[in-house]
Design a protein around this ligand. Structure first.
Ligand code: ZN
Length: 262
């Protein structure tokens, strides 16, 4: 029923896994649509009490599928791009954030740009020791980061600035040190450790857990989380139509695609 993701339920835990390992789990239109459907399925299933979002193969996700974007959306009008990105990037991501059930990102290998955005929408993040995080699109594409600027909220302001201004990779250990990652585990034990954590959380009384998640997320809303994300989405759209973006898009995309192959 799904092509670009794998969905399965083990006991009380649903797994939603990027499943395009041959493309470093690049997030195609279909992958994002399927992930959103799978999330709704997990929410609707009364037996599911915790959700893991991960990726099959060596990487979590290298980000949005730029090859597909170049092929199918390069000539989008401003209005078309806005609609596409608002639905698939912004609304889908926030649905993970707002999910009434607890979510855990299970991250190995690359967790880049659009993939970084999805992983950081989850409540908890477990990373293997080979995981790395990056959002290089300011430098490579002249885009104002990704569509959902969750970075300062999960990394702290200074780390977010360094991360975005330099485009450098952050290791799992570094991400753990700044509090973005809950646990770093050996690559061989990532699946088991994440499942054990999900099962433990699945035993927590679900209504109380749902309420405390709401309250915790509202503590961010009280600080302007949603307003700031919405404002960034608008500026991100401006960055897509800047002269700088138009100048760098060709070489930046080619470079990003080349990197994705390697
Ligand atoms: Zn965009």
């Amino acid at each position: 029923m799904f092509h670009d993701i794998e969905y399965r339920v083990e006991g009380a835990v649903a797994l939603i896994l990027h499943d395009r390992p041959e493309a470093r789990n690049a997030e195609s239109k279909r992958l994002l649509d399927e992930m959103d459907s799978a999330l709704a399925k997990a929410v609707a299933d009364p037996d599911v009490r915790a959700i893991i979002i991960g990726g099959n193969g060596p990487h979590f996700s290298a980000g949005h599928d730029l090859k597909e974007a170049q092929r199918e959306r390069q000539n989008f009008t401003v209005e078309e791009r806005w609609a596409y990105e608002e639905r698939r990037y912004f609304d889908y991501a926030l649905r993970i954030w707002d999910c009434p059930k607890p979510t855990i990102a299970r991250v190995q290998g690359a967790c880049v740009a659009g993939g970084f955005m999805v992983a950081n929408m989850c409540d908890l993040l477990v990373a293997s020791d080979d995981a790395f995080f990056a959002d290089p699109v300011v430098r490579t594409l002249s885009a104002a980061a990704v569509e959902v600027l969750v970075h300062p909220w999960v990394m702290g302001l200074r780390s977010a600035k360094e991360f975005l201004f330099t485009g450098e990779r952050m290791t799992a250990e570094q991400a753990h040190a700044i509090g973005m990652v809950n646990r770093v585990v050996a690559r061989e034990t990532l699946e088991d450790e994440t499942m054990a954590l999900a099962q433990k959380i699945a035993e927590t009384p679900p209504f109380a857990l749902r309420l405390v998640k709401r309250s915790l997320n509202r503590s961010f809303d009280a600080q302007g989380f949603r307003t700031a994300l919405s404002a960034h989405f608008d500026l991100h759209q401006l960055s897509h139509v800047s002269d700088e973006f138009a100048r760098n898009r060709g070489s930046g995309l080619a470079e990003a695609i080349e990197r994705a192959k390697g």
